[in-house]
Design a protein around this ligand. Structure first.
Ligand SMILES: *Cc1c(COP(=O)(O)O)cnc(C)c1O
Length: 233
């Protein structure tokens, strides 16, 4: 088996899971975009996945993502930044990211908007929501109560488009409970911002639960590329 064969088999298996989950939920499989999370894997894998029909890739560390983006500049891909983002990395991320999934505080909104404006790009921003029973600053994600203000800040920022919401199911919480919480936040957000339709939820282990609760984007790494060796996970 070549690496391409492995990736093709994994991609087929993941697409089959997504289709089955959509079917069980009475949703069209076209309603869910697969984001291949290629962190810790080489640009050659991104290239193979693109050749197999993957259109969206996700990365979580700027220093790795920007190198891979440059190596794949000849490919037509949408790049998703899904990791914790420090303000001082906004300038770099705004050059290649089409969607930033991890906007969780107002100073980051301001930095990202300024950075996107400086390079003349429109970046779609998702408000990351902390779904823990007890949301805590620093963990990644805004408390549900803080989402309306953050969303308003994104919507008011030139160069940013409010895309919707993103979350990671907290360890120890039933993903169905977590993603039901996210669905409620997303519904409230759409009332104020009807175009903010993205719900980024679900990874290798819980994409079915996410799709049951309305995910429009699933972020899948391990099930597509294999287990990561990197301690940065
Ligand atoms: C790594 C990562 C994923 C993919 O996780 P897998 O379990 O490998 O599918 C999804 N979302 C975020 C934010 C990640 O950091």
């Amino acid at each position: 088996m070549t690496r391409r064969d492995d990736l093709a088999a994994n991609l087929h298996a993941v697409r089959t899971r997504v289709a089955a989950a959509c079917s069980s939920a009475g949703r069209s499989p076209d309603a869910v975009t697969l984001v291949a999370v290629t962190k810790s894997w080489p640009a050659d894998d991104v290239r193979l996945l693109a050749g197999l029909g993957v259109t969206d890739v996700g990365e979580n560390r700027d220093q790795e993502a920007r190198v891979k983006f440059a190596a794949c500049a000849d490919l037509t891909l949408r790049w998703h930044f899904v990791g914790r983002l420090q303000r001082n990395k906004s300038g770099s991320v705004a050059r290649y990211a089409d969607v930033v999934h991890s906007v969780d505080r107002v100073p980051l909104v301001e930095a990202l908007a300024a950075a996107a404006g400086a390079v003349g790009r429109q970046v779609s921003a998702l408000v990351q929501v902390d779904l823990d029973d007890d949301p805590a600053p620093g963990r990644g994600g805004a408390a549900p109560a803080d989402v309306p203000a953050l969303a308003a800040a994104v919507a008011d920022a030139g160069s940013l488009l409010l895309g919707g919401v993103m979350a990671v199911a907290p360890v120890g919480l039933d993903p169905d409970v977590a993603f039901a919480r996210l669905a409620a936040v997303a519904t409230a957000l759409r009332r104020a911002h009807p175009a903010a339709t993205i719900v980024s939820a679900g990874m290798s282990g819980d994409l079915e639960a996410a799709i049951r609760h309305g995910a429009t984007h699933v972020r899948v790494g391990t099930a597509l590329l294999g287990p990561r060796a990197s301690p940065f996970g």
